[in-house]
Design a protein around this ligand. Structure first.
Ligand code: ATR
Length: 271
């Protein structure tokens, strides 16, 4: 039960009512006996500054930040972790004694999710998508793997070249070329979300590819369904959501919630 000691956490986004973060984090607070509560705050872009002032004034302990605020929120923070500064994206805010720190756990979330299927380090990884999530994943994985990013808007992929990441246009020719090269394929676009579309035609997949999707609605996307039919190992987007959540939770509390518990709560929330 909430009392005068209860600490408040939350997610800010627009829209945000579909977010699975409240059910995941509240389940973790309960399981670990932490006196805290996690809510969803729907904040339109023009109220972001006011909302962050509110975080300071009310002493909100921590936040997740989701679309469309991941970049804009940086203007309202006191400091940034190295990763979030490099990629210009924040998904986690920690309120440390009134100072707001920005972090990104999207990349680490993807790393942990992939590690369920494959040992990383020295791998050849093809990422489709250079949006907020694609950038964060590419930056993290490029620390110890070779990474190529293909994006519909090629300039956004090419902008990653300063991190030693090869970026090119998403087209059939490049897909063919880099799928042959890759050991791991990650969809970091929104293609397949609430639809039966896929960013990679099924016939282009190979049995020995590990295939991960960041889309988790549906849980079995068309890409993952076709990859499984082909015999590939797959990792669904809910695992990435769970692990980025775990990394945020660790930053806020110092405790690591159980991944099965977080996933169970998220699955229930997914309906
Ligand atoms: P997120 O934070 O989830 O990454 P985002 O920053 O809006 O969201 O990025 C969405 C990604 O999906 C981008 O890589 C986008 O490609 P563009 O940069 O060209 O916009 C990609 N995307 C969305 N719809 C797509 C489609 N129909 N085909 C190919 N890529 C698509």
């Amino acid at each position: 039960m909430a009392d005068a000691e209860t600490r408040l956490y939350g997610v800010i986004g627009f829209p945000v009512r579909h977010s699975l973060s409240p059910v995941m984090h509240n389940a973790a607070f309960k399981a670990l006996g932490i006196n805290a509560i996690y809510l969803a705050f729907e904040v339109p872009p023009e109220r972001l500054g006011d909302a962050m002032e509110g975080v300071r004034a009310l002493g909100i302990s921590g936040l997740n930040v989701t679309m469309p605020h991941k970049e804009a929120v940086i203007h309202f923070l006191d400091s940034l972790s190295e990763d979030s500064g490099e990629i210009g994206s924040v998904n986690t805010v920690v309120n440390r004694k009134g100072k707001l720190e920005g972090h990104t756990t999207d990349g680490l979330g993807a790393r942990r999710a992939l590690e369920r299927a494959i040992e990383l380090g020295g791998r050849r990884i093809l990422i489709i998508g250079a949006g907020g999530a694609g950038k964060a994943i590419a930056y993290e994985l490029s620390k110890d793997n070779e990474v190529v990013v293909l994006n519909r808007t090629p300039e956004k992929a090419k902008a990653l070249e300063r991190f030693g990441i090869m970026g090119e246009a998403l087209n059939r020719e490049n897909l063919g070329k880099y799928l042959e090269w890759a050991e791991v394929l990650i969809n970091a676009t929104s293609v397949g979300m609430n639809s039966w579309e896929t960013p990679v035609p099924g016939e282009m997949l190979r049995k020995d590819l590990v295939v991960m999707d960041i889309v988790y609605k549906p849980l079995k996307t068309r890409l993952l369904t076709e990859a499984e039919l082909m015999g590939c190992k797959t990792v669904d987007g809910l695992w990435m959501l769970v692990y980025q959540g775990i990394e945020s939770f660790k930053l806020w509390t110092g405790f690591k919630p159980d991944e099965g518990l977080m996933r169970g709560a998220a699955l229930e929330g997914l309906g």
